[in-house]
Design a binder for this molecule. Structure first.
Ligand SMILES: CC(C)(COP(=O)(O)OP(=O)(O)OC[C@H]1O[C@@H](n2cnc3c(N)ncnc32)[C@H](O)[C@@H]1OP(=O)(O)O)[C@@H](O)C(=O)NCCC(=O)NCCS
Length: 345
């Protein structure tokens, strides 16, 4: 029988239940694209990319017929295995992605099918690089309301599918990857304490993909004009990113009466190391309390935050106070205050 994932608040649980991230897993494809290799494709150098972005290499998904769902499914499979969760116990799966396999059906639907999860609600969230925090915000509501007990949130993107490898200012920044977390009622009081999501559609001209949607459907002309790739005005995005990342982090700190000494980890979206450093500086946080994976993965869009959590999981302790912060195309931005639920496994 199909499960019912309800949004109706349960009076009994409404106040008492806190949602928590109880496990994390990640996946990056085996093929690595180094700065030196990119320098053979476009007029750039390892020195320029390292100095201006902090990126040394990124992973690229290769293989015919493999899309974002492939990486998402790998991350979810690992998550279910690690937690000993049978697929039938999952109540809801949300996938944050900007590079869905298809316009429809959703990548979340495909991931469910690939890992054997059936008859539950599953859908995609499209908020570019802020998508993971947006999806966490939705999952938190379901868990707090008692509508779902086990929610899988995936952030996954195959950016290499929409990058113009002749545009040196953009193609060096991104990589492919996926991360997944389990969100459940907290067993010990730690968990997701605050989530903020924001958007300003006026940012569209600076970061978008021109063709392929309903406004400009694919045609021989759109392909010839290279309109299916990421269009980015780097300097405008950079300015926005620094301002909004710092602003949302400060807002979350203020709302939760946190000062820099009380923040164990900043978990920032990984778009450019200089943006991350500027955010940490404005927050008054030293860089040894900031998660960094951009050097090896680049910007994996919706996957950066869960990939950070996966990478740093061995160093995390129950009760660690974390701030998530992201920004992305849209423009979108988002922040969260989380106390980590468990010691390193
Ligand atoms: C794209 C970005 C790295 C460019 O860095 P920058 O320091 O701002 O560089 P500028 O845009 O000022 O360009 C400086 C010069 O470097 C050149 N340049 C750009 N990319 C280059 C590359 N890969 N290699 C070498 N030179 C490059 C530019 O053409 C420009 O040359 P010019 O002065 O002759 O015109 C930076 O703007 C950025 O990170 N923006 C935000 C992007 C982002 O976060 N996107 C994700 C959103 S989720």
């Amino acid at each position: 029988m199909a499960k019912i994932t309800s949004v109706k608040p349960s009076r009994k649980r409404a106040k008492a239940t806190r949602a928590a991230i109880t496990a994390v897993h990640g996946y990056v494809p085996p093929d690595v694209l180094t700065n030196a290799e990119l320098a053979k494709l476009v007029d750039t150098s390892d020195a320029w990319i390292t100095e201006r972005t902090g990126i040394k290499e990124r992973h690229i998904l290769k293989g015919e017929g493999l899309g974002t769902s492939h990486m998402g499914a790998e991350a979810v499979r690992g998550l279910l295995q690690k937690t000993g969760t049978p697929p039938k116990e999952v109540d809801l799966l949300i996938c944050a992605t900007t590079t869905p396999d298809f316009v429809f059906p959703s990548t979340a639907n495909l991931i469910c099918d690939m890992v054997g999860i059936r008859n539950i609600g599953s859908f995609d969230v499209q908020a570019a690089c802020s998508g993971f925090i947006y999806a966490v915000a939705i999952a938190t509501q379901f868990v707090e309301n008692g509508g779902a007990k086990k929610v899988v949130v995936v952030g996954a993107d195959k950016m290499s599918a929409i990058l113009d490898y002749s545009d040196r200012a953009t193609c060096v920044l991104f990589g492919d990857g996926a991360g997944a977390v389990m969100i459940e009622p907290s067993p010990n009081g730690h968990g997701i304490r605050d989530v903020l999501i924001r958007a300003d559609g006026a940012g569209m001209p600076h970061l978008h993909q021109k063709a392929g949607g309903s406004r400009l459907p694919p045609s021989a002309d759109t392909v010839a004009k290279r309109l299916h790739f990421v269009h980015q005005e780097g300097a405008a995005v950079y300015k926005f990113a620094v301002a909004r990342m710092a602003e949302i982090s400060m807002e979350v700190m203020l709302r939760n009466k946190l000062n820099p000494e009380k923040v164990d980890w900043l978990v920032p979206h990984q778009a450019n190391k200089r943006i991350i450093e500027a955010t940490a500086e404005r927050m008054g946080l030293p860089m040894d309390r900031v998660m960094i994976t951009i050097n090896k993965y680049g910007n994996t869009t919706a996957a950066t935050i869960p990939l950070c959590l996966w990478d740093y999981e061995p160093r995390l302790k129950e009760g660690d106070r974390m701030l998530f912060a992201a920004f992305g195309g849209g423009f979108t931005w988002a922040g969260a205050y989380v106390t980590w639920g468990y010691d390193a496994p």
